[in-house]
Ligand binder design. Structure first.
Ligand SMILES: Cc1ncc(C[n+]2csc(CCOP(=O)(O)OP(=O)(O)O)c2C)c(N)n1
Ligand code: SF4
Length: 320
């Protein structure tokens, strides 16, 4: 892997060019919009974005405009992996045949959780398996947001969405725990993925460095980026960052990297000294307001078990 130049401080980021510029119809306090800005800043000018249908396509481009100061193309929600593969191959061949003198660009897919781990999973998996030099960032707002907040495989257990309302039959709203794309993509099933990471907009330097490390790979890389969504999760728009951090502090979100494809030796980043109880996180969001104490206990057990499975050494609150 080429060594990526790492970002050391927020102050240093002011020298980086913004290629995701003001002017888009995202919600006030939109986590994915901030994610886009940070990913674009970390990647720099020689970048092409691929945007499968979702909020970060529709909200950014409505109508007939777009906030990217670098090339961007729309993809279907089903096929961003295939579109990015085509772009990567076109550049590879044009450079190889001497048709263009350009440097190989950063090719970044910004896919929602639906567009990456559900409807778009097949094309993404195939892209990873073929080994194209593409960074896939799954900006995870934990629902199909653009269509009005419907359940996705990323929606946590216990969250209400339009398709998982809480009611007498299913008082906890969403019945299932979530699907983990890191385990699917980065634990060995996709041998060309040497670098994978989870990230959060609450930890912007960590996020930007993970983007740079991902882009420095000779093949595909994957970043699973949690993005708080004030509309979908029902919280005030000025709490986007606070709730992102609380996710990590409670273990609802874990930050780690997998380098050289070494899943067994994950590197944990920004690990809290102690874990806060999940209830502190759940209480900040309307999507969890119906939960009863037995559901909260279930979520705490899930979080504790997941930390153990990942191999994180951090004192956990008991699941009572
Ligand atoms: C094949 C297909 N099915 C359904 C849709 C409708 N659709 C448009 S945006 C969207 C939600 C996308 O969700 P996600 O990928 O999680 O991104 P988000 O909107 O949450 O940012 C859906 C289902 C579509 N555009 N194409
Ligand atoms: S619904 Fe969520 S992801 Fe979509 S624009 Fe609003 S805050 Fe952003």
């Amino acid at each position: 892997m080429a060594v990526a130049e790492l970002v050391k401080s927020i102050a240093q980021t002011t020298d980086l060019v913004d290629t995701y510029v003001p002017g888009h119809r995202t919600c006030a306090g939109c986590g994915p919009a901030l994610a886009y800005r940070l990913v674009a800043k970390a990647a720099g000018k020689n970048t092409i974005f691929v945007g499968p249908t979702g909020c970060m396509y529709v909200a950014n481009t409505s109508y007939a405009c777009g906030p990217w100061a670098v090339p961007w193309t729309h993809a279907q929600i089903t096929n961003a992996g295939a579109v990015a593969s085509g772009i990567a191959e076109a550049f590879r061949m044009m450079i190889k045949k001497g048709k263009i003198q350009d440097e190989f660009p950063n090719i970044i897919v910004m896919a929602g959780d639906g567009g990456c781990s559900d409807i778009g999973l097949q094309a993404m998996s195939a892209m990873f398996y073929r080994g194209h030099k593409v960074l896939c960032v799954m900006y995870d707002n934990e629902s199909y947001a653009n269509t009005g907040i419907q359940v996705s495989p990323s929606t946590p257990y216990g969250a209400t969405t339009m398709f998982t309302p809480a009611g007498p039959e299913i008082p906890e709203a969403k019945k299932h725990h979530l699907k983990d794309p890191m385990a699917i993509f980065c634990s060995g099933g996709h041998p060309y993925i040497k670098y994978g990471a989870t990230a959060s907009i609450g930890y912007p330097i960590d996020l930007m460095n993970k983007v740079r490390k991902g882009l420095a790979q000779d093949g595909p890389a994957f970043i699973h980026l949690q993005c708080t969504c004030p509309k979908g999760w029902s919280f005030p728009s000025d709490r986007t960052i606070e709730i992102s951090k609380l996710a990590v502090e409670t273990g609802m979100w874990n930050l780690y990297e997998v380098e050289d494809g070494d899943w067994a030796n994950k590197k944990f980043t920004n690990v809290p000294k102690n874990r806060k109880p999940v209830d502190e996180y759940l209480q900040t969001q309307g999507r969890f307001s119906h939960l009863q104490s037995e559901h909260v206990v279930k979520i705490q057990s899930f979080v504790n078990k997941r930390a153990k499975t990942l191999g994180m050494e951090v004192p956990l609150p008991p699941a009572k």
